[in-house]
Structure formats: C-alpha cells, structure tokens
Write a protein of this length. Structure first.
Lengths: 277, 298
C-alpha cells in the first residue's frame, strides 16, 4: 500500500469512530423491536419502521407528545437568545468603542465568570428561585440562560464592535447624524455578522442545557425542555431503546444540521471556551 | 457616563444570576442550611467550618475527588494525544478527505451531551447493545469471548468510567484536532524542510519543530479540557444512573447529591461546591493568564 492509501484508511477509521454512535442512534430509531434486540445486530435496518417515532409523537409513554417539549425548548431558547443578544450588544459597544477605567478588569472577570462550574451555582440559584417563585417555570430558565449566555456573547461581540472604524461614525456625525441614527445606520449593520455568530452559540447552549433544567423544572413534566425530556423518557422507559433512540434522534439532528450550516461562523468563538464539551 | 450606562443591564444580570449565587455558595457553606431552613421553619445558623470538616471526613468525598482527578489527569491527556494525532493526520490528507474527516469529527463534538450519554448507554447495553456483541465475536487473544455476552457496564464504577472515558475522548478529540490543524498550518514549511535536511524523522520533527511552536495552543487546549472534564456533570449523571450509584460519583455528582437527594443538605453541598469551584478557579486563572499573554485582550 502506498503512503497515501494508508493515510486515507486511517482517515476513514477516524471518521467511522466519530460517526458511529450517531449513525447507530439513527439506525436504531428506524428498527422494529425484533431487530433491535436481535442476537446479531445489523448496521442498517432490514425492515425500517416509523413506529418508534409514532410512539414519541403520540406521547403514549409519558402522556405528553414530543411537540410539547419542542415548543418549550424553542420558546426558552429563542427568548433567551434575543435577550442575551440585546443586553450583550449594549455591553459590547461599551467595551469595544469606549476607553474607560476597569475595562480590562471587566473583560477578565467575564472570562472567569464564563468558566465557573454551573453545578456549583445551581444550589444557591435553586434556593433563590424558590423564594421568588421561579421554580417549575420556563421564565426562570430563560432568566438563567440569558445570564449564562452573556459572557461569551459580550466577549465575542466586543471584537466586532471594536473593528467598526471610528472615522465612519465621525463622518456621519459631521453630516448631522445623531447618536441614534449612527447606531442604526452604521454600527448595527456592521456588527450584525457578529450577532449571528453569538446567537448561534447562545442557541446551542440554551437548547442543550441540562443541569439547570433538571434542577428547576422538578416534577412538572409538561414544562420539560427537550434535554430533560430525552433523559426522563429514557428513565421511564429504559427497555424501549427504539423509542429512546427516536426521541434522541429528533433532539440531536437539528443541532447537527445547524452546526453544519453555521460551522464557519463558529471558529472565532471556539478558543474563548464558548461551548462546553 | 456613556459606557457605564451601556454596561449596566449586562452587569446587573450577570451580577444577580452568576456573581451573587457564587458569593452565596460561599456563605451557605458556613451555615447549617437544610430542609428546615429552606422551608422557613428554622433560621439558618452560622456553624463555622463544620460543613467542611464533615466533608473532609467523608470517604465518599475522597472517592469522588479521586474520580474527578482521574478525568483531569488521565482522560485529558488521552483526549489531547488522540486529538493531536488526528490533527497531524488531517494535515497530511488530501483536501476532500480532510473535509470529510473533519466534518465527521465536528459532528461528534456537536452532539449534545444528553444525546451522547443516552446513545453510549445504549451501545453498551447488556441486552442488545452492539459493544457486548462485538466483544463476544472478537478472538480470545484480543480479549474477546463468550463471557462478554450480557456484560453490564454501568452498574459498577470501573466499567462505567471506562465508558465515560471513551465517550469524553469521542466528544473532546475533534475540538483538539481542528485547533491543532489550524495551528499546524501556521508553521512555515521551511522549518520542516530544514529539519528533514538535518536528518530528523517525523517523531523528532514533531518534538523539535512543531511542538515548540504550538506550545501555547496546547497549553490553552489542556487547560480548557481540564476545566470541562474535571467539572463534568451531565454525562456522569446520565451514564451512572441518576445519582443512584454513590460509588460512581465524581465531585460534581457528590456535590449535587448533597443538595438534591432527600434530605437536602444545602450547607454541605455548598461546601463541596466551594471546593470544586476553587480547584477549577486555579485552573481558570492559569487559562486566563495564558489567554491574555496570547493577546486575547488586544
């Protein structure tokens, strides 16, 4: 074998290792029960079925359909992304376009805050939220997700805000544009690619988040977000692997598709520790 | 006035939901905060270092710390080595193959922790899981054999952590590989050629040319991976069975279980959370210093 063939073979093995669990999940989701528990498992279902997905959508296992949880997840995620983008944008403009005392300190604090362990903070947040009646509530999750998406959002947006040339704003000011017009006509259009990137990060964080949802949503099944639903479904139903894999396929595929579509934008935020492994 | 006003909303939100809870964890760790206190029946009392001394005398704390250290000291290096090897491989592949392999790897990395945990639990399931099946088919000299049929991976600490090790390497290597690849492309090819002229093989070339130039990248990757793996929660929670197996706790699960299994001990949990946070803060400070040196604030 030539050197090139050996390298390509190694590449294929790495790709197989990376893809195998995902492919196996999808393939199991389409298998009838007989094939799932067969003594010789096959990578591709012989008689593909939608029965597992039907179980998930009908809600026959825990009484509530998948749609309900998708709705919860999208509601929480979209509102949290919008809020953190808005609040983060304001802060990023301050940090990217003004020189002031404590600016560097603020940035360093953001980086540290971003890496604090969430399972440590969840104890005192639980006690606080219990006092203000934010447990068992999607609003409570929105508030937490907004806060925890902010450090990365600000950190990444700051770079975009800093690269908008000062001259551009000054020229507009000479032409008589007020602060508001300058923001809408100059700053915002030039920062908006950055906003798309930070929204992607915030979206993935909020859509995947598990610890806070687990702790705050407690026993009110109808309010579960998708990660909690998938885990709960697995716990209630730990023998019906076809339905479990169908639920996790439905949860996972949108994230993977979203990643493939946006991966170029993600590169810049990776090193800031933006996404937890 | 301008910048401070713009910073106000962000500072308020982060302060109230991250800053204050972090301070509060410190305060609770010196109080006897439990069921009576959270329901308002009794006021919380300051009890000095009693929570800390109770934790430090708890063998479960030490076993959970040992498991977390295993992830920081064994799984992180494994992930770094695997990721670096894949990064070196990607650099040597043709453009099409490189795109295919890196996109596949990125998909592994992008898989949500909850899905990965559930899927890996299915892969190693004793009834119908593909791993046990494959192991029974493996020849005996590779460790295979009929005794693997129905082998349960998640009911004991060692096999459960073997599964989590493979899973964390699977999740973590793509990020390392892609970052290393980006770094490798900044190394001028003249340097490799010069090394080759001097008679250096690939091994020497890596340690004498590539590694010194990429040392800052490796440092950042090692620190970030340590923060993630030492503080791992979701994967350990799901794979070890929802806090059901106390001997499988890592530090995160130990801390969480103090607060959220009955009866709740928020004070003890806060003390454990404080220990966890301090250990991670030390690593974080190292990370932040490195990031600043490399111009993250420029």
């Amino acid at each position: 074998m030539t050197r090139k063939a050996v390298l390509n073979l190694l590449g294929l093995l790495v790709a197989l290792f990376a893809l195998f669990p995902v492919l196996w999940m999808i393939s199991t989701a389409f298998k009838p029960a007989g094939e799932i528990y067969s003594l010789t498992p096959h990578p591709v279902p012989f008689h593909p079925t939608l029965g597992n997905f039907r179980t998930v959508f009908s809600g026959s296992v825990i009484g509530i359909s998948y749609w309900n949880f998708l709705k919860n997840s999208l509601f929480v995620t979209i509102v949290a992304v919008a809020l953190s983008s808005l609040i983060g944008l304001l802060a990023a403009i301050a940090l990217g376009r003004f020189k002031f005392r404590f600016r560097t300190t603020y940035l360093i604090l953001l980086l540290i805050v971003q890496l604090l362990p969430q399972q440590a903070l969840v104890v005192s947040l639980f006690i606080d939220f219990r006092k203000v009646n934010l447990l068992d509530s999607l609003v409570g999750l929105i508030v937490v997700y907004t806060a925890f998406a902010l450090p990365v959002t600000i950190w990444m947006l700051r770079n975009f805000a800093a690269t908008v040339p000062k001259d551009l704003e000054e020229a507009a000011a000479i032409d008589g544009a007020g602060a508001w017009t300058r923001f809408w006509k100059i700053l915002l259009p030039l920062i908006s690619p950055g906003l798309v990137s930070t929204s992607v990060f915030a979206f993935i964080f909020a859509y995947n988040e598990f610890v806070f949802a687990l702790t705050f949503l407690g026993t009110d099944t109808a309010k579960f977000t998708l990660p909690l639903y998938v885990q709960y479904f697995y716990g209630q139903n730990s023998t019906d692997w076809g339905a479990i894999m169908a639920s996790s396929t439905l949860f996972t595929i949108p994230v993977l598709a979203f990643f493939l579509l946006t991966q170029r934008r993600l590169a810049s935020g990776l090193i800031a520790g933006a996404v937890k492994g | 006035m301008g910048p401070y006003l713009l910073l106000l909303p962000a500072t308020a939100v982060i302060g109230a939901l991250i800053g204050w809870p972090a301070v509060q964890v410190g305060l609770f760790s010196f109080q006897n905060y439990g069921l009576m206190q959270i329901s308002g029946v009794l006021p919380a009392q300051w009890i000095g270092f009693a929570n800390y001394s109770q934790i430090l005398h708890d063998p479960e704390f030490w076993s959970s710390l040992r498991i977390s250290l295993y992830f920081a000291l064994v799984v992180v290096p494994l992930t770094l080595i695997a990721g670096t090897l894949v990064g070196l491989l990607l650099e040597r592949l043709g453009p099409r193959m490189r795109t295919f392999v890196s996109v596949s790897a990125i998909l592994a990395w992008a898989t949500p922790a909850v899905s990965a945990s559930v899927v890996f639990t299915w892969l190693v399931d004793p009834d119908g899981g593909v791993v046990d099946w494959a192991l029974t088919k493996l020849p005996w000299w590779l460790g295979g054999g009929a005794h693997w049929a129905g082998y349960s991976w998640t009911n004991a600490a060692l096999p459960a952590y073997a599964v989590l090790t493979v899973m964390l390497v699977w999740t973590g290597f793509p990020f390392i590989a892609v970052t290393v690849l980006a770094g490798l492309r900044t190394v001028p090819s003249e340097l490799h050629e010069a090394a080759r002229v001097d008679g250096a093989g690939p091994w020497r070339d890596f340690w004498k040319v590539t590694f010194p130039l990429l040392r800052p990248v490796f440092l950042v990757l090692a620190l970030l991976s340590t923060i993630w793996d030492f503080g791992m929660f979701t994967q350990a929670y799901i794979v070890t069975g929802d806090l059901g197996n106390r001997d499988e706790y890592n530090l995160g699960l130990y801390e969480y279980s103090q607060a959220f299994t009955q009866p709740p001990h928020y004070g003890l949990a806060s003390a454990a959370a404080f220990v966890l946070t301090i250990i991670l803060l030390i690593v974080t400070v190292g990370y932040v210093r490195t990031a600043i040196k490399q111009g993250a604030l420029a």
